[in-house]
Design a protein around this ligand. Sequence first.
Ligand code: CP
Length: 336
Amino acid sequence: MKHVTHIKDLGPEGVEAVLAQAEAWKKKAPGALFPGSILGMVFFNPSLRTRTSFEAVMLRGGGSAIILDVGAGVWKLEHREGAVMNADRAEHLKEAAPVLSRFVDMLGVRTFSQGGGDEEDEVDPIINAFRKWATVPVVSMESAREHPCQGLADVLTLRETFGTTKKLPVTLTWAPHIKPLPKAVPNSFLLSAAAAGCEIRVAHPPGFELHPTVRAEAEAYAKATGGSITYTHEQDEALAGSRAVYAKSWGPTAAAAFSPNDVTALLASYSGWMPTLRTMSRAAKDAAFLHCLPVRRNVEVADEVLDHSSSRVVDEAGNRFHVQRSLLHWMRSQSR
Ligand code: CP
């Protein structure tokens, strides 16, 4: 049984296999890949792209999807072992995950960071509880540490735009927001782009470092694929010569040390990091702009960037379908 909840479940070889198949099937669509199969989709958090793209993969592949919104028509779920369940969580994953596994062929799970800090996010407690208790393959629809399907779609978009990702100079830049966001998306872009051999420059203000374990894992992928990673607190320095600019907001490293007002003020103090056309002019002439969406216009990214012909954000979202179709097929082939 093959779970894919983190890029390490694929490694550079799996990333390449999934992307190559996704590209091939974009050119020549396969027949029904999942006839009679059911994907159970458990959402602890909202979604537009993930929800529709996974369901579309199943419907277009001859299968179907059952969507469960935790706490909205579905019992609130406890994941902590030994918990005294005397509050609002009426069911434990020890029962819920194996019970759901009796009805579906695969389980997708979306469970964002619970705001307990980077160390808790590294443990990724809820998605790992699903891995432990489900008896069918589990696929991440974004968890506390990573959003692997987003990372795969990001890299597919780069490959389609530039023909190759090998040694492609790309900037992952921090962007402002009204509140601190989880690090799953920047983590996944870093890991996926490193597994695809990119020359990655990461730019963020001081105090917004990505977790050392994520950085070490990405470094190992870059070493294996001929890529490279550098870090800077100067956005312009990262942008010079970059063929792609990937913007994403994330919260400070020591988020727990800030009061809500302090963190809002901290984020506001870096409003100059919002990508504009001036920002893009620092990158290569043909630079593409990427963002995972949803995006807060004129807070995180300026209208003039999102509306410019260099923006690939809609194609990038569309690629979620293609990488997920390929990924579910790959997982099934690995599980046999
Ligand atoms: N990028 C992404 O995962 O979008 P949703 O949150 O809408 O699913």
